[in-house]
Design a protein around this ligand. Structure first.
Ligand SMILES: C[S@@+](CC[C@H](N)C(=O)[O-])C[C@H]1O[C@@H](n2cnc3c(N)ncnc32)[C@H](O)[C@@H]1O
Length: 240
């Protein structure tokens, strides 16, 4: 039996805690003119998959990663140790980022603050000319199928891309570039989780079974609409 709480029995040892892949990070960095020694923050870093990619793609950058859960911080710290002191992971609240950053990267976590509210908050954490890249649930343009509605039922604030862009604009930011995250980056998130569920299921007590059932339901809902369930990745900057 594991000492971990049921949630972390499932959500431990996974590469990442949301959809995404190294190509998304590379694409975003290609949209931004960053100095080699840029100061970067991975806000809501989870187990640090994107922190590692940022560190690999920006070998001279100074990178701070922040997550509120000690368990994820521990996992991310182990993964970035090979980069030495230029990459630091700490437990903290991404609503209170400290130093000015040239780039704030935030995969699948800004919705905890709200897009407009989070961007307003991070305005003072950005260095002059700084950029924020974040991913956010994104409904398809036009009619939304019941399967997609079911998937996003617990996030009724989800909108299409135009709706996300208007939340960005409301914070006084402009959108530089966007990209859809659909298909393979979700597979990269859910395939290892499915394997974990399958292993844990045999010896699960009632509390763990409840968490496994919730995760399985999420995966099944995604499979029912996997070509339409998307995040948008947005590169944004303060206007003016
Ligand atoms: C969906 S996960 C994404 C994790 C990671 N970015 C990835 O793509 O693998 C969201 C993360 O945001 C973190 N988080 C939520 N609210 C936070 C806050 N106020 N401050 C710091 N981290 C937070 C959670 O602990 C979780 O690790």
């Amino acid at each position: 039996m594991s000492d971990l709480p049921p949630f972390f029995q499932v959500h431990s040892g996974l590469d990442r805690e949301g959809p995404g892949c190294p190509a998304d990070v590379a694409w975003a960095l290609g949209q931004v003119d960053l100095l080699a020694k840029a100061r970067v923050c991975d806000a809501g870093c989870g187990p640090g998959a994107d922190t590692v990619t940022l560190a690999e793609l920006m070998p001279e950058a100074r990178i701070d990663a922040v997550d509120k859960f000690a368990h994820f911080v521990d996992e991310a710290q182990q993964r970035v140790r090979r980069f030495g002191p230029r990459v630091q992971v700490r437990q903290g609240d991404m609503a209170a980022l400290g130093a000015p950053y040239d780039l704030i990267w935030c995969a699948g976590a800004l919705y905890f603050l709200g897009v407009t509210e989070g961007l307003l908050t991070w305005r003072t954490a950005l260095a002059p000319g700084g950029t924020i890249v974040f991913s956010e649930p994104c409904l398809p343009d036009g009619p939304v199928s019941p399967a997609v509605r079911d998937f996003w039922a617990e996030y009724p604030q989800a909108t299409d891309l135009a709706g996300i862009e208007s939340r960005v604009t409301a914070a006084g930011f402009e959108v530089i570039a966007t990209r859809q995250i659909v298909g393979a980056p979700w597979e990269a998130y859910y395939t290892p989780m499915q394997a974990k569920i399958d292993v844990l299921r045999a010896q699960a007590d009632p509390a763990l079974t409840e968490v496994l059932d919730e995760c399985q339901r999420e995966i099944d809902l995604w499979r029912a609409a996997s070509d339409q369930v998307a995040y948008a990745l947005l590169v944004v900057r303060p206007k003016g």
